[in-house]
Design a protein around this ligand. Structure first.
Ligand code: ZN
Length: 386
């Protein structure tokens, strides 16, 4: 079934988009197909009834229901905890451009007084597409456990690309999530007219919250990581170019230089390098916090001192929460390059250590290359201690 779904997706892309790169099924852990019901459409404020009250709200999330669907987005299920994690959603930019081109709609009122919309155009607009296989990045977050039976994909900001993309949806369209990894998805929106084959394969009938997850039966983490590595490396080179252009465009006084470095570091630690570290883990390697929004990719050998190769090396990175990243960045903590034991600056009081959740005794396991990078970090930490 998995391969047949990809055939359908590639078929859609071939029919509607002038330039595209066929989706490679091996690059993904699985695919999730949601047939959109009227309440999933972000087109205008909607009237909803809850008990005796009716109110008008903006639709700001997608509900994903069913055990298998939830497992598509979270690794474990339980009824106790609420987990919120930031996720990256890539959109094919020409899927997005295509949808914008065919977005002419006719409104009609339903018997609840809500306006529903019918898409008027389906054709392939001439000369407006073909921008290549670039991806538009968007942020959203996934929330698990508020009822123990569903995951929400939330769109925190209506100007975020994913919410704009989602606002181009109509009834019975398919919103398809392809899962690169735990926090990183590719989204495609397929207009209803092109969904027949997709719905036949997945046995999708009815119109209420149809959720169909399909795992990749041949999923091979090694292959997927290698493909992801190639993709992310391309993004990281783009980050480098962007940083260099920032540096080139600003007059560099002594103070400005420091600011630029800080800017560059922020860009890199929250951009593609972070995605690279996410391939290995989704938590702070010091305190274990899993709130992905608060996680930064910290370079062990500082970004400013590193060669380009070292900047792109995942072994030169630690995933740390914002607090621990700040401490590591300022050399107020380090790890012994041989034993991996956490070292905390004498400048921090006991109260501060406790408030910052710095364990008294903690060891990080370090690979050979990490030890070499850590040696440099540790020397700077030591020189700050005397
Ligand atoms: Zn932490």
């Amino acid at each position: 079934m998995y391969q047949r779904i990809f055939d359908q997706l590639n078929d859609f892309l071939t029919q509607t988009l002038l330039v595209f790169t066929p989706l490679n099924p091996d690059a993904f852990q699985g695919v999730f197909i949601k047939k959109l019901s009227n309440q999933n459409i972000v087109r205008e404020k909607r009237r909803i009834s809850a008990g005796n009250t009716a109110s008008t709200v903006n639709q700001t999330h997608l509900d994903v229901t069913g055990r298998d669907s939830m497992l598509f987005f979270f690794e474990t299920l339980n009824d106790q905890t609420t987990t919120i994690q930031g996720i990256d959603i890539d959109l094919y930019c020409n899927n997005y451009a295509y949808l914008k081109e065919i977005n002419s709609a006719r409104p009609q009122k339903d018997n609840l007084g809500n306006t529903s919309f019918v898409r008027l155009a389906y054709g392939v607009p001439r000369n407006t597409l073909g921008k290549g296989d670039d991806l538009l990045h968007s942020l959203a977050y996934k929330k698990y456990g508020h009822t123990g039976s569903q995951v929400q994909i939330n769109m925190p900001d209506s100007r975020e690309k994913f919410s704009v993309f989602h606002s181009l949806a109509f009834l019975d369209d398919a919103l398809v999530f392809l899962k690169y990894d735990y926090t990183h998805y590719l989204a495609l929106l397929i207009p209803a007219r092109f969904c027949q084959g997709l719905y036949e394969i997945t046995g999708t009938r009815g119109n209420q919250n149809v959720n169909v997850p399909v795992a990749n039966p041949a999923y091979n983490k090694g292959v997927a990581d290698r493909l992801a590595g190639q993709r992310i490396r391309k993004e990281m080179l783009a980050d480098e170019v962007a940083v260099n252009s920032i540096r080139g465009s600003v007059f560099l006084g002594a103070a400005a230089g420091t600011d630029i470095l800080r800017l560059a570091k922020a860009r890199v630690s929250q951009g593609a390098f972070r995605k690279l570290l996410f391939l290995k883990s989704h938590k702070c390697c010091l305190c274990g916090i899993t709130v992905t929004q608060a996680l930064r990719a910290s370079h062990i050998k500082e970004w400013a001192d590193a060669t380009q190769e070292e900047r792109l090396d995942p072994e030169n990175g630690l995933l740390l929460c914002a607090n621990h990243d700040a401490l590591f960045d300022r050399h107020l903590i380090s790890f012994h390059p041989e034993t991996g034991k956490l070292c905390v600056s004498k400048a921090l009081t006991l109260e501060q250590r406790q408030a910052l959740s710095l364990p008294g005794d903690m060891t990080l396991s370090l690979s050979g290359r990490m030890k070499a990078y850590m040696k440099i970090h540790y020397q700077k930490f030591k020189s700050g201690e005397v």
